[in-house]
Design a protein around this ligand. Sequence first.
Ligand code: CP
Ligand code: NVA
Length: 312
Amino acid sequence: MSKRDFLTLKDYTAEEIRLLIDDAILLKRLRQKGRAVLPFLSGFNVALIFEKPSTRTRASFSVAVYELGGLPITYSAQELQLSRGEPVRDVARVLSRYHHAIAARVFRHSDLEELARFSRVPVINMLSDLYHPLQALADYMTIKEKKGRVDGVRVAFIGDGRDNVFNSLAIAGVKLGARIRVASPKAYEPDPEVLGDDVYSKIEIYEDPAEAVRDVDVVYTDVFVSMGQEKEREERLKAFLPRYQVNSDLLKKVGRDDYIVMHCLPAHRGEEITDDVIESGNSVVFDQAENRLHTSKAVLLYLLNPHWSRSL
Ligand code: CP
Ligand code: NVA
């Protein structure tokens, strides 16, 4: 029996990604009309494994499973035998006999690949060191809501060009026809192997953030020190600050007023973004965070009950 995973979005077509976004928009509308609970996953249970902390992903994914009539079961990696050396492949083979899907947030993307290889049921990436595809879906849903389209929208990511959130933003964005720019210090430029040559060849790489933001629709940033990189904190802050901070001076360089500011959150105010920018009228970060709920539902339904909307 073949099953589909959700690991990087590289193996999803533009049509599939558009469908996921449109489904999420529909699910959001239904929820706003009072139809939050739609039991299309009644009788299903989903494992949520966390090797790292999470606020948005854990909350939105748990609520998504619950509102679809299923049962989310959360495991912190320390509570599992994983922490005592049980091989990932054994965990995959055991958990996939109980659960209908396994979602995991991991340090090493290769662990997620192994989980997927040995699991009988779909495996969903809730963030790895390399990718954050659930975030990218919510990001383009938000862009579609705010800008009316994704195709042709200019997005400038300022910061770490090897960041997991950036990688997924670029992979999904290129497929959807967005024009992706990234500004980072030379040592933190995007990795062609992680993005894939087709994506890498279509993004514009800058060193100067002021040049990258000129005339864009979206300015996006993420932390300079991701989970798992704490030991590099000093070196990273030295490389990124003050030049790559998204602040009001940098935003003046956009040269127009109708841009939006995005951040996957959590934000380190005063590092990659300033307090006034995140609180400004251009910031859409909380709508972006809300959309994690609707897009997570769309992914779960696509993998587990793809014909759900026929019986609405
Ligand atoms: N954006 C995001 O994934 O947030 P959490 O780390 O809080 O889940
Ligand atoms: N790049 C960040 C994203 C957190 C949602 C990290 O990996 O810590």
